[in-house]
Design a binder for this molecule. Structure first.
Ligand code: CS2
Length: 442
């Protein structure tokens, strides 16, 4: 890596030649959902095995594949703890493509060299109707159909989104979408396509313009696609890789028999607290996670959420104590500005995975857990007052703005909870409580 250039010389654009990086590795893995998280997580694990290159696709962002292509797939990862960021040039992406490059997508998935497909398509991506070509599942199905026709070598599908049982969710979505296809293809799907369960973890906010300036200062390269992330990273996987896989364990990935307890810990403790803060923090004037956990009211709500979740969690109490301490350190880090409104996206998919299992367990014991009620009340305020990004936005906003909004919104995600009058009243009261807090914290 060259030393940063003096101001007068132009900063060289980051490419394999300028960075002295190895040539792109042969493509053996395909990724769908190229964004910051894939580049801070799976792509970094894949770097640990130089025999594996990734062809990464995105349907959301036409600009990013163009920028990455100009940089031969390279980008700077800035790992921000509390001190100066550590940088690393990531070189495992061999090619980046816009999702509209259908011929390339089909060719990659049909290729005998390709052994796996990883996905980060958001929680909502798994619910979209599969047989329309525009949905993520539709595209996966088209790719698998082509692979079957091209000889049908086996492949592993590795979803990396925060859903309970993400491997089974993907399997069901793909198999449902394949209903009506010929039985030869459907049998092949059963026998030759493996669906791997995963727990993924690395807090990775959206990149800002300042990040490119910092990347240039620290590396001496002009990088139009940098990524910022935290030091912590975890990847747990359970399932088969019938055509092989990179040695991800060399970068710390763990292959385990059963993920359920870890998945619950991640979804309830980390993601659940995120969702709680995403909907209550803005009401108390906080914009980011680190600001929120420094606010005394929100810090107490977070601890109370963790105490409540711990009553129903499968892992031993000591494990959870350590996990909570570490989470609090991760959330408080000033190195990362993780915007609450970003986490607030897609509540209809996130709340059922993160908050409702604990709430139901508490209601079955006749308890009204304040933090879960606060999360629902905050969501209601969000639906009423803000611009909502959610696959069910239109429906939810209309429900939230009706007279008995709390009951109606709950009925959209869980009809039993909507019939729970005590709960609905508690949520309504908490909306008033949060609104009063806004007035006292302008
Ligand atoms: C966050 C996650 O935006 C969100 O919903 O809760 O992206 C979270 O930062 C990651 O799961 C951390 O691994």
């Amino acid at each position: 890596m060259p030393t940063p250039n003096p101001i007068s010389t132009p900063t060289p654009r980051l490419t394999r030649a300028s960075a002295g990086a190895r040539p792109p590795a042969p493509v053996r893995a395909v990724h769908l959902g190229l964004g910051a998280f894939h580049r801070a997580h799976q792509a970094v694990y894949t770097m640990a095995d130089p025999d594996w290159g990734v062809a990464a696709y995105t349907f959301r962002n036409a600009e990013l594949p163009r920028r990455l292509t100009e940089q031969d797939g390279l980008y700077t990862l800035q790992v921000r703890g509390d001190g100066e960021p550590q940088t690393r040039i990531v070189d495992s992406i061999s090619r980046a493509h816009p999702g509209g490059d259908t011929d390339r997508w089909l060719a990659d998935l049909a290729s005998p060299d390709v052994a796996l497909l990883t996905l980060t398509i958001t929680e909502a991506g798994y619910r979209a109707a599969g047989n329309e070509d525009g949905s993520a599942i539709g595209r996966v199905l088209a790719g698998l159909r082509g692979r079957h026709r091209a000889g049908g070598l086996p492949i592993a599908l590795v979803p990396c989104d925060n859903l309970p049982g993400n491997g089974s969710v993907l399997r069901d979505a793909v198999r449902n979408a394949a209903e009506g296809e010929d039985s030869g293809f459907r049998c092949w799907l059963e026998d030759h396509v493996s669906f791997v369960d995963t727990v993924v973890d690395r807090i990775t906010p959206a990149t800002t313009a300042d990040d490119a300036v910092t990347a240039a200062r620290l590396t001496g390269f002009d990088d139009h696609a940098p990524v910022v992330t935290e030091p912590f990273s975890e990847w747990l996987l359970a399932g088969e890789f019938p055509a092989g896989r990179p040695a991800w364990e060399n970068a710390g990935a763990r292959f385990v028999g059963d993920l359920a307890a870890y998945e619950q810990r991640k979804l309830w403790f980390l993601n659940g607290a995120h969702t709680l803060l995403a909907y209550t923090g803005p009401a108390l004037g906080c914009a980011t996670v680190d600001e929120a956990v420094r606010h005394p009211v929100l810090a107490a709500l977070t601890e109370s959420w963790w105490d409540t979740a711990a009553r129903h969690a499968s892992l031993p109490a000591e494990d959870l104590v350590d996990y909570r301490e570490r989470l609090l350190r991760r959330f408080s880090s000033r190195g990362i500005r993780h915007h609450l409104l970003h986490i607030a996206v897609g509540g209809s998919q996130k709340i059922p995975a993160r908050i409702l299992p604990v709430l139901r367990a508490e209601r079955s014991r006749q308890r009204l857990p304040e933090p879960a009620i606060a999360a629902l009340a905050g969501w209601l305020i969000h639906l009423r007052d803000r611009e909502v990004a959610d696959p069910r936005a239109d429906e939810l906003v209309a429900l939230a703005r009706a007279d008995d909004g709390a009951r109606r919104v709950l009925s959209a995600i869980d009809t039993d909870l909507a019939d729970d009058r005590e709960l609905v009243t508690a949520v309504d009261d908490y909306v008033d409580h949060l609104r009063h807090s806004v007035r006292s914290n302008p």
